[in-house]
Design a protein around this ligand. Structure first.
Ligand code: SF4
Length: 420
């Protein structure tokens, strides 16, 4: 690979732009962050509160399960409540088994959902499959709503899978079952999209996903899906997500590993990080992870980034760790207001470094950086602003002094919104 190829900036895969409520995904639009509630949808108060919490954390779309009539009726009330509070975040209805029925019987449900998620493996079997799938598509068309055809390995269309297994068994050298399952997912998504188009759904109202819980398989499936869509000249927008990613660091690492590879190849127009929250954890954790993933890959900016070294034997006390944490917390807290007040502040780069080895160098590359004295170094902490040494801090109140420098920098560097 030549140098030019190595440093070539990421090129997004061409895809249709899809309008979901007031949010556009696909095409050249920013990759959209979305999430899903885990409250009982029928509980209007709790679900509305969680949708607002997720939206305020940065979820640009919020999906809710619509699993029975009470949930379906609640979605209509939730939408009304959100509108009355001037919360415009689009709600996506997640339908399985009875979506055709709920959308037919509950008036206004179709209009309250900004997009419908349909799982082709869960819309009924045999003759019912096409009929019930078509019912959902026709209601989406009536309300001018887009759909996501969301295939999951755990709920594959059994008739399609059986057909592909039978074909595989006829081969001289049959493929492993896992390959056939991956192939079935891709075929299910593409055939369902073709059927939706046949009924009248325009291609720029179709989003596809093929979710799996294994990282290598997810990468392989999305690569193959994107390739095949390009071949048939149907560049549907793609929703990325590692399903059942897991809890805590395992879920974060697995999701990031899978999605980063695909995003780096330009694949993906919207992402969801499917974390299992710990019992006391806020659902917004998955939104934060999605934003940090996109930001660390240079695809979008949401929040000032704090670069800090891991520390080592050169910085043996906890002053450095405490400073890095306090700066991160300070910036997150301040962002609640900065976001409203200053244009572009989400691009701010801060460095908090432990010693002289990489401290000055890394600090110079940040907008504002501090290099702490490592063990045995002079008890001075040089601060760099825009690549130049600005001041040297000393004493017990380094954190406060450094936070004040950051606040001043933001005030001077970024234009105020009301001045625009
Ligand atoms: S900057 Fe210094 S303290 Fe931090 S990891 Fe490097 S050598 Fe260790």
């Amino acid at each position: 690979m030549n140098e030019r190829a190595l440093f070539h900036p990421l090129t997004r895969r061409a895809s249709y732009s899809v309008l979901v409520g007031q949010v556009t995904m696909g095409g050249n639009h920013p990759i959209v962050v979305q999430s899903m509630t885990n409250t009982d949808t029928a509980d209007v108060e709790k679900t509305t509160a969680q949708i607002i919490e997720l939206a305020r954390a940065g979820s640009e779309l919020v999906r809710v399960t619509v699993n029975h009539e009470a949930a379906a009726r609640a979605v209509v009330k939730i939408r009304e409540k959100l509108d009355s509070l001037n919360e415009r975040v689009p709600i996506i209805g997640d339908f399985h088994y009875n979506g055709h029925k709920l959308l037919t019987e509950v008036s206004d449900l179709g209009g309250s959902c900004a997009k419908y998620r349909i799982n082709p493996g869960n819309v009924g079997a045999g003759e019912k499959h096409e009929h019930q799938f078509a019912q959902v598509i026709n209601i989406a068309l009536k309300h001018n709503k887009p759909i996501r055809i969301g295939v999951n390995r755990g709920s594959l269309d059994t008739e399609l899978l059986t057909r592909l297994i039978d074909e595989n068994n006829q081969r001289a050298h049959p493929c492993p079952l896992s390959h056939i399952e991956c192939e079935a997912m891709i075929v299910s998504a593409i055939e369902s999209a073709a059927f939706a188009e046949k009924i009248g759904m325009p291609p720029d109202k179709i989003v596809l996903s093929c979710k799996i819980s294994e990282v290598p398989d997810l990468i392989a499936v999305y690569r193959a899906l994107a390739n095949r869509l390009d071949t048939i000249q149907r560049p549907y927008a793609l929703h990325l997500g590692l399903t059942e990613a897991g809890i805590g660091s395992k879920g974060i690492v697995a999701s990031s590993a899978a999605l980063a590879v695909l995003l780096n190849e330009g694949i993906g127009d919207t992402i969801r990080i499917s974390l299992t929250p710990t019992p006391s954890e806020s659902r917004t954790e998955e939104v934060r992870v999605a934003q940090e993933l996109l930001q660390t890959m240079g695809l979008r900016a949401f929040m000032p980034m704090v670069t800090s070294c891991p520390g080592c034997g050169r910085t043996t006390d906890t002053v450095f760790q405490a400073l890095a944490l306090s700066v991160q917390n300070h910036v997150r807290e301040k962002m609640r207001h900065w976001r409203e007040e200053y244009v572009g502040v989400e691009n701010l780069k801060i460095a908090v470094m432990g010693c002289v080895v990489n401290g000055p160098g890394e600090s110079k590359m940040a907008d504002v950086g501090i290099s702490l004295p490592g063990t045995g170094e002079e008890p001075n902490a040089p601060v760099y602003i825009d690549g130049k040494k600005a001041v040297t801090l000393r004493g017990k109140h380094l954190a406060l002094q450094f936070q004040n420098i950051i606040d001043d920098y933001v005030r001077v560097r970024y234009a105020r919104r009301f001045d625009h």
